[in-house]
Design a protein around this ligand. Structure first.
Ligand SMILES: Cc1cc2nc3c(=O)[nH]c(=O)nc-3n(C[C@H](O)[C@H](O)[C@H](O)COP(=O)(O)O)c2cc1C
Length: 406
């Protein structure tokens, strides 16, 4: 006899759905939980409600062609969309072709890019209700790189690469050709390209946008004196170095619908002792972002120079998130070597962050969120096609589900 009959409940007409979102929108948790599990508490970002605090951090796939998403993106994002995470942030997506990190990076700078992504999103939206964000980015002097599995080196223009642009004509590595320094007119055009990409993201139905100002890419290059050696109003003092990133964020905020959330990812430090971007400056930048209407701060670190000396360890960026969270009122996300459910729960319970970003752990275990809910005694909605996988020892993990067969 089926489990549903044993429990005296009528079986559902079918346990296979073919045409609607696989996770029912009317998901009802079943039974009282012993205590609140912070990781599975909802969070609101403007009109967007995240069902829990697990965020799939943006991850480049290096698998686009001319900026256009491919079948790989449908498969990759499709599996992550079924993960039960609270938010899925798509990879760094370039606002102009020169802003791609590698020739395989995703773009959102023309109609072909938009329509390729539309096809991917159509599939994802038809099977999963997960909130979706896209990370808008420009690689600056780190553009025109080989894919990681090709070695990642700068690709010269005569070998399929292109000439990178940057705040100053300072290469990432001394041995590399210097990028072109941007003029004021270039900056206006770039700001407009961020806005145009945000408008495309809105048309595509994204719930949120995250602007990439971390990891040594263009906006971080403006923030950090390591890459920014300009003598005009965009270089020198902290106010001047923040000017262009804040201009971009303000322009995106006013073009992006008022009910939709806007986040920013920043590097909290360059991990370089002298003449570099430090936590105190990152805190001030986060405050200024909040003032102009940014809804969450995604706290990462590093990426500006090979001179960096990162001290790695589990949750090594959590102290940065904590420091920034103490200075702002908007939610803060922490990320970096968070791999265990109890570790994630503790970070939230201790008030260090509001959201937990996971990258590699989600690739390694796309069911991380289910396993975390089971380990912490929480509940998570699962696609009804997978309900029969609910472990016997966690009989209410997926909520009040019923399946039956004849
Ligand atoms: C394959 C891969 C691709 C990544 N691509 C991006 C990206 O597009 N944008 C970004 O801000 N960070 C990117 N990152 C960094 C992650 O978002 C994350 O901050 C970092 O991996 C640390 O988190 P983890 O320890 O959970 O992996 C990438 C990381 C990986 C492993």
């Amino acid at each position: 006899m089926s489990r549903a009959r044993l429990r005296g409940k009528a079986p559902l007409p079918s346990d296979v759905c073919t045409d609607v979102r696989a996770i029912p929108a009317d998901f009802k948790p079943f039974g009282a939980l012993p205590m609140t599990v912070q990781l599975f508490e909802p969070l609101s970002l403007r009109s967007l409600r995240l069902p829990n605090r697990v965020v799939i951090a943006p991850m480049c796939q290096y698998s686009a062609i001319d900026g256009r998403a491919q079948a790989w993106h449908t498969a990759h994002l499709g599996q992550l969309a079924l993960s039960g995470a609270g938010l899925l942030i798509l990879e760094a997506t370039a606002v102009e072709p020169r802003g791609r990190i590698t020739p395989g990076c995703l773009g959102l700078y023309d109609d072909a890019c938009e329509s390729a992504l539309e096809g991917v999103l159509k599939v994802i939206r038809s099977v999963a209700p997960i909130p979706l964000a896209i990370q808008l980015s420009h690689a600056g002097r780190k553009a025109s790189s080989g894919r990681p599995w090709e070695g990642g080196a700068l690709i010269p223009a005569d070998q399929g690469g292109w000439k990178p642009i940057a705040p100053s004509s300072v290469p990432l590595k001394e041995s590399e050709a210097a990028p072109d320094a941007l003029s004021r007119e270039d900056l206006d055009r770039l700001r407009d390209q961020f806005v145009a990409a945000a408008s495309r993201a809105d048309r595509l139905g994204f719930d949120a946008v995250e602007v990439h100002a971390a990891h040594g890419y263009l906006l971080h290059q403006f923030l950090s004196p390591v890459a920014n050696q300009r003598a005009d109003e965009f270089g020198g003092s902290l106010d001047n170095r923040m000017r262009f990133p804040l201009e971009v964020l303000a322009a995106v905020r006013s073009a992006w619908p008022a009910h939709k959330a806007l986040g920013v990812r920043l590097s909290a430090t360059d991990w370089i002792d002298t003449s570099s971007w430090q936590l105190t400056e990152a805190i001030e930048f986060a405050r200024r972002c909040e003032t102009l209407g940014v809804d969450w701060i995604d706290v990462s670190s590093a990426g500006i120079s090979p001179q960096q000396k990162i001290v790695l360890g589990p949750g090594y960026q959590v102290p940065f998130a904590k420091a920034i969270r103490e200075a702002v009122r908007i939610p803060v996300m922490t990320v970096g070597l968070i791999t265990e459910p109890k570790q994630a729960e503790q970070i939230l319970a201790e008030g260090n962050a509001d959201m937990i970003g996971l990258a590699r752990a989600m690739l390694y275990d796309p069911r991380w969120v289910w396993h975390a809910a089971a380990a912490l005694g929480a509940q998570v909605p699962a696609p009804r096609q997978y309900w029969r996988s609910q472990p016997r020892e966690h009989p209410t993990l997926f909520g009040d589900i019923r399946t039956a067969q004849r």
